[in-house]
Design a protein around this ligand. Structure first.
Ligand code: NAD
Length: 372
């Protein structure tokens, strides 16, 4: 069986708690000889700052580059609020994303039938929802030059950020979206503001050209503001949405709220494939370090576990095991097992570790069937 190597960076707050459950799942899969995964663990964020004086060390980045993928918990917390900006926990996360050149951020928004009441939209609008947002992560207005706050001769101050994209930046994230759509419903919606922004016009032109290489995938163009409205009006029209860094930031948060719970949302950030087929990748739950519930056994570990399922699918090429974890998650939710964040009347409330244990029991119960 192929050996895989994963770097785990648990981070701060509830990060270590939810990653403990991920490690339990990995250990179960290894014991059952379904995987052969070795793990290296390193601190990141505030945890790394407290030990090393930096939120991520060069050694950790080096291990991340060589690993099949990185699984991250979450970073941050009020105890590091006074730390200089470049050494804050969040700076560690930004550095690892930048150093690994993780340009494509994947955020699925899936509504589990058992949690349909958690959505703020009517059940008939969101039932069966399964959208994948691909956000460009390393370019655009968050990184473009010039930027800064400048003093003007007339005594005013001026804040500047620059939206800038090159054809290669657009095409590489576009490719990720088209490839993913091929494995899904075969539909890409590309969002920009080509009506008022030159970078949006270029984005639209490059996506149109790229689609010629993917004749089996349908391409729609949509202005980003219309996409924000359509996500609320008729979200099931979407399969894969691809968009830039700024619009992706907003649209992926909006789409995730259609599902109702932060504790259920996984994400992946992918880099380019090198000539040996190696692709840098980092998987993490969408939620933060939740200092308000840290250390109390209340955190929902499913977002971190579903992020690991994405790693099995995209980095370890083990889609059947990813399917098995996702199906088992559905089953335990259907059976009324809930952490506090998704609790509903008539359900049974469990702790972080009980949620992990229940999932493993379900994986065991259905394992034979899944492997067949
Ligand atoms: P948060 O996501 O940590 O928490 C928001 C709310 O959701 C809280 O009430 C929290 O208890 C709840 N919540 C979050 N995850 C949960 C889970 N798995 N189970 C149950 N409840 C959960 O966002 P915040 O409070 O704005 O930020 C807290 C810290 O996390 C800050 O330092 C922030 O910078 C950091 N942060 C980190 C990341 C990351 O590591 N990628 C992302 C967002 C925020």
């Amino acid at each position: 069986m192929k050996q895989h190597h994963i770097l785990i960076t648990p981070g701060d707050g509830i990060g270590p708690e939810v990653m403990t459950e991920v490690k339990k799942i990995i250990s179960f899969l290894n014991t059952e000889h379904l995987t052969n995964i070795t793990i290296t663990e390193r601190p990141i964020g505030g945890a790394a700052y407290d030990i090393h004086g930096v939120p991520v060390t060069d050694e950790t980045i080096d291990i991340a580059r060589k690993a099949d993928c990185v699984l991250l918990g979450a970073v941050g917390g009020p105890q590091w609020d006074g730390v200089e900006y470049s050494l804050r926990p969040e700076a560690g996360l930004l550095k690892i994303r930048k150093d690994l050149d993780l340009f494509a951020n994947l955020r699925p928004a899936i509504v589990f039938d058992a949690l349909i009441q958690a959505s703020t939209l009517k059940p008939d609008i969101v039932q069966g929802l399964d959208i994948l947002i691909v956000r460009e992560l390393t370019g655009g207005v968050y990184f473009g030059q010039p930027r800064g706050i400048f003093d003007l001769p007339n005594g005013e101050r001026q804040g500047i950020n620059t939206q800038v994209y090159t054809t290669s930046e657009i095409r590489r994230v576009g490719r990720v979206a088209f490839e993913l759509a091929r494995k899904r419903q075969g539909h890409v919606t590309s969002c920009e503001k080509a009506n008022v922004m030159e970078s949006g016009k270029l984005w639209r032109e490059e996506m149109t050209k790229l689609q010629m290489e993917y004749p089996d995938v349908r391409l729609s163009h949509m202005y980003a503001d219309n996409c924000a409205m359509q996500l609320l009006k008729n979200p099931r029209q979407f399969d894969v949405i691809v968009t830039d860094n700024l619009f992706g930031d907003i649209l992926s948060d909006e789409a995730s709220m259609l599902t109702g719970s932060l504790g259920m949302l996984p994400s992946a950030s992918l880099g380019a494939c090198d000539q040996n087929g190696h692709q840098n990748a980092l998987y993490e739950p969408v939620h933060g370090s939740a200092p308000d519930i840290a250390g109390q056994g209340k955190a929902n570990p499913l977002a971190a576990i579903l992020s690991f399922a994405m790693a099995l699918r995209f980095s370890l090429d083990l889609p059947a095991i990813a399917d098995h974890i996702e199906a088992s998650t559905r089953t335990i939710l259907d059976n009324g097992i809930r952490t506090g964040d998704i609790m509903a009347a008539g359900c049974r409330m469990v702790s972080t570790s009980e949620m992990g244990d229940t999932l493993i029991t379900e994986l065991k119960r259905t394992q034979k069937k899944a492997v067949e």
